[in-house]
Structure formats: C-alpha cells, structure tokens
Design a protein around this ligand. Structure first.
Ligand code: SF4
Length: 546
C-alpha cells in the first residue's frame, strides 16, 4: 500500500513538510523542483500514514486502493519517477525568515490577488507587526484560480481555502474593485506603504504572426478561457462555434483545457462553475472535432502527463493520434533504445502510443492530437475557413526543420494557445523581450520600494504551486530589506486609503463584501447542484457586495 499524487497536484509542496519519511519529491531544494510537472510519492518508501492527505491544498493525494479508473494511471506515473531520479534524503529546509526590528511595523501594499500575491502575503503575515493591504481591479479575488483554472478542474480551485485563511488574518485588508493607476496612483501607494508588491500576472497573449490571424473565428485562448470562466471583462464576448472543426495551436495544458471544453458534453459542464453564457453557447456549438497542433513531436509536447492522460477519460470523446505521428527526435530515439529516456518523457511517449492504438468509437466527438505540424496561414475572406499547416521533421541533432510539405485543415475556428505575456506597468522598468519587470529576487531594479512576484516577475510558466516558492522569495526580499533599513518609512498613513478611494467615486469592496458575493454565488449553485453560479457583470458584483 502507498499513497499516490493525482492530477490536481498544484506543486506547492505543502505535503513535503509533513511527510515523516521524506518520500515526496522533487523537494523544494532539489534542482528538478523548478521544472517538475507535479510531485511524486515514492511507493517503496511511503509508510501510508496519510499525513500528506490533510495537508494537500487541492486534495490530490489518495491511497492507492481508492484510485478509480480515471486516475489509476497515476500509480504508474508516481512510481516511474523513481526509476531514474535519486531523491535527496535530506528533509527540505525552508529558508529561515530574517529577524525583523522589534516594535517596528511593516506595511505592504500588494497589487493583484492571485496565487503569488497570496503566497507572498501569507509569508509576510507570518511575521508579527506586518500588515498587508491587497488591491485588486476586479470585485473578486484569486486571479487565475477563478478565471483561468478550467471549470471541470474543481479540486484545483480548492487551493483558495488556503488563500481565504490568509485573508482572514486581522492584519490583512482587501481593496477589491480598486483599479490602481486609475483611482489611486502608484506614487500615492508608495507614499503610504513601506513596500508595494506587484503580483498582477501576465494577462496578455502571444500572437502567431500569421496571415489571417484577425479573421472572425480566430482568437486567443486567453480570451476564450476568461470567457468560459466568467471573467467580467469577457462576459459579453461572442465566439462563433458554428463550424464542426476547431484547430487549437499549441499543445500545453491551456490548449488541452480549450480542447476539452470544446468537446465535452455541455450537460457534464453544467455541474461545474462554468459561466452561464458560455454554457449556453457551448450547448449551441457545432464543434465535434478539435485538432491540437504541436510543432514538435510526442516526446517534446508541452502538456503535463496528468492532463494528457486525463483527456482519455472524457465521456463520448475519442483521442486520436495517427501512428505516423509517433516520431521521436534522433537523440530521444537513441535514449529510448538505451533505456535511458527520462521517465516523464517516456511516460509522454507511452501515453501517445496508447492513444494511437485505441479503437475509435463511431459517433464520438474527437480530439485529434497532431505533432510536428505548425500553422502557416489562416485561410478565409471574412471568417476562418481553413488552416494551412506545414509538416516539420527532426534534424539529426533534434532541431526542428520545416519540410515544405503542406496540409490543409478545413476548420472555422482557430484558437491560439501559445502562451500568456506580461504587460508593462506604468512607472516601472520593463523587459520587453521577456515580458517581465526586471528584478533581483523580486526587488524591482531601479525602483526602490517596488517588488514583483508571479508571472510578471519570472514569466508566464509554472503552475499554482510554483508561485509559492516565487512569492516566498519576494516576501523574504522585502523582509530582509526592511530588516536592513533599506525601506523608506511611509510619508503618510495608509489608514486613509478607503476614504480616499470613496472620495474619488470608487467603490472598494472589502472582505465582507467579497463574502457576500461568495455566499450568493454558492447559494445559487447549491440550488442547481453546482459549486457556484458565477456573477459575471461588474455592476451586479458590486451591488451584491454592498
Ligand atoms: Fe509520506 Fe505518509 Fe504521505 Fe506516504 S502517506 S507520502 S509516508 S506523508
């Protein structure tokens, strides 16, 4: 018997600190941690004590005899990690917190309310005499956990319980519905707090740079995801889903989310917190096939194994892979022949082979995974009618080279899921090439008193848990700077912030206001057997908070 980490794993490593035998890896201080798809329990070392189950913020850990058909493959995914990884025997050590000056209060303004904002806030508030005021443009908190995590991944959203515990601290205040830069300037915040921590994420998207990209029917996954998740800025978006085929460019987890939502039975989605207007549009959708394009091969796909394996469990949906696409790069093929292909890559390859061997079910909707294929042009006059693709191949050294062979896919929908991108913050330096604010362990370069955490600090990669290490690092930098006397004292008190905002006609929402929104959404959901029914209009959210 052993415990097993399953699909919802958020990598935040809370479980590692309680495991008495240190059998959950990679550990926070192991080099693989930064790039790990998920954490894994060593079945040979686990003593089945169950301590990690209570600690996991997203309920991703199960005893192996409680796995069902949908997550049984995680038994193998956990065990395979230990076939070629030598875990550190040392217990992960958390960075000691700097000693703060006694009887001196530290006041921090945090802009943004997603995971990195909350992980940093929690670390700051674990110290006495620290206060955090959190500013968020929307009337609701939690950033991409609310507006990015797919509605059929409810257990991942459980991480918000941890954030709610941080928000319940007496030294924490919410200023939701407060657009910093519009109703209060950055300078005005900097005058009132020792430090301003920017954790507003990377909401922009990357473009393909192809002809036809702005045709009707072509859009960014970021918009589509925000729409089906009820983000107020996207509540009134319209997506033309009248075509039978959609193409999704990119094969990371966001691409798989979009593909899954497009072909899932809307009546299954109706039991989630998907936005009502999106559910209605999906009920009318004609999309039956989604083609997911990856420019590289099966061993180099960007999705995680857990998400890829879960595609095979969608009722009424076949996952199709052409056996001709099961091509490895020469270096990967050689490693496989030697038996030295890295275990997570070997799992990717095996899963792709398993899908390629599956029998198709007549009448099912389909997710067609295509590899070594990149879009070259989007075809159409006013709307998308087809996507022209070019076949790629591997050179001997594993580099990708276009072959010149063209393939046309008739499709009326083109979703680009090739990554998020950070936007400049007025008043702070910006690295345009990387889409981040340049920083040293979270301290913004050439902007005293300003700090960053999350995607705007390190770029848009890594899941929820990666923000724990990232947010903690920035919090430690702030605390160290404060302890070393490097932070200027506020010129004026932060106690007037609420009055200042109201005097300017803003309607900031505090913790009680958010509680009213949360309770109403959950109550509406209970009546329908759903986790919540999201309110998606700004005015209605604000009125509910009042
Ligand atoms: Fe560690 Fe106990 Fe969890 Fe096994 S069940 S991974 S021994 S905490």
């Amino acid at each position: 018997m052993a415990h097993v980490i399953t699909q919802a794993c958020c990598n935040d490593a809370s479980c590692q600190t309680v495991c008495p035998v240190n059998c959950i890896h990679p550990g926070l201080d192991e080099p693989e941690f930064a790039t790990a798809e998920m954490l894994y329990i060593d079945p040979a070392a686990c003593i089945d004590c169950g301590a990690c189950v209570d600690e996991c913020p997203v309920s991703a850990i199960r005893p192996d005899d409680k796995l069902d058909d949908t997550n049984h493959h995680f038994l193998g995914i956990n065990a395979e990690y230990y076939t070629d990884h030598q875990p550190s025997r040392r217990k992960p050590v958390l960075l000691p917190l700097p000693q703060l000056p006694r009887h001196r209060n530290l006041h921090v303004a945090v802009i943004g309310s997603g995971p990195s904002a909350f992980y940093a806030a929690e670390e700051l508030l674990s110290q006495p005499d620290v206060t955090v005021d959190m500013f968020e443009r929307l009337p609701t908190p939690f950033g991409l956990v609310r507006a990015g995590v797919a509605p059929d991944h409810q257990s991942t959203k459980l991480v918000t319980r941890m954030f709610a515990a941080t928000a319940a601290r007496r030294s924490f205040r919410y200023f939701l519905n407060t657009d910093v830069g519009r109703v209060i300037s950055l300078d005005e915040l900097a005058e009132r707090y020792h430090a301003v921590l920017h954790a507003s994420g990377a909401a922009g998207d990357r473009r393909l740079g192809l002809p036809g990209e702005d045709l009707r029917g072509s859009f960014a996954a970021t918009r589509f995801v925000a729409w089906y998740n009820g983000h107020p800025d996207f509540a009134n978006e319209q997506f033309d889903l009248s075509s039978e085929t959609a193409v999704v460019v990119g094969n990371g987890n966001v691409a798989l989310d979009v593909a899954r939502i497009l072909v899932s039975d809307p009546e299954t989605l109706a039991s989630t917190d998907i936005a009502d207007q999106a559910l209605e549009a999906l009920r009318q959708s004609k999309v039956r096939d989604v083609v997911v394009l990856g420019r590289r091969g099966i061993a180099d796909a960007a999705y995680t194994n857990g998400e890829f394996a879960a595609l095979g469990n969608i009722p009424g949906v076949d996952v199709i892979i052409d056996p001709e696409d099961l091509v490895l790069s020469p270096p990967a093929a050689a490693a496989l022949a030697r038996g030295s292909l890295e275990s997570t890559i070997a799992t990717k390859v095996n899963l792709a082979r398993e899908y390629a061997a599956r029998t198709r079910t007549p009448g099912n909707r389909r997710i067609v995974m295509r590899y070594l294929q990149a879009p070259a042009a989007i075809v159409g006059d006013t709307g998308v009618v087809a996507v022209d693709c070019v076949r790629n191949a591997y050179a001997d050294d594993g580099a990708i080279v276009p072959t010149g062979r063209r393939v046309r896919i008739d499709a009326g929908v083109l979703v680009r899921a090739v990554g998020y991108r950070g936007s400049p913050i007025a008043g702070l330096p910006f690295d345009t090439a990387r889409g981040i604010v340049p920083n040293d362990r979270g301290r913004v370069i050439d902007a005293d008193g300003h700090y960053v955490a999350g995607w705007i600090k390190r770029g848009p990669s890594g899941g929820i848990g990666m923000n724990r290490t990232c947010g903690r690092e920035t919090a430690h930098t702030i605390l160290s700077d404060f302890a070393a006397g490097r932070l200027s004292s506020p010129r004026t008190s932060h106690h007037d912030v609420a009055d200042l905002l109201i005097a300017r006609g803003a309607h900031p929402i505090d913790g009680d206001g958010w509680r009213r929104i949360d309770e109403r959404e959950k109550a509406s959901g209970r009546r329908l057997g759903r986790p919540r029914v999201k309110i998606v209009e700004m005015a209605e959210l604000a009125a509910t908070a009042r």
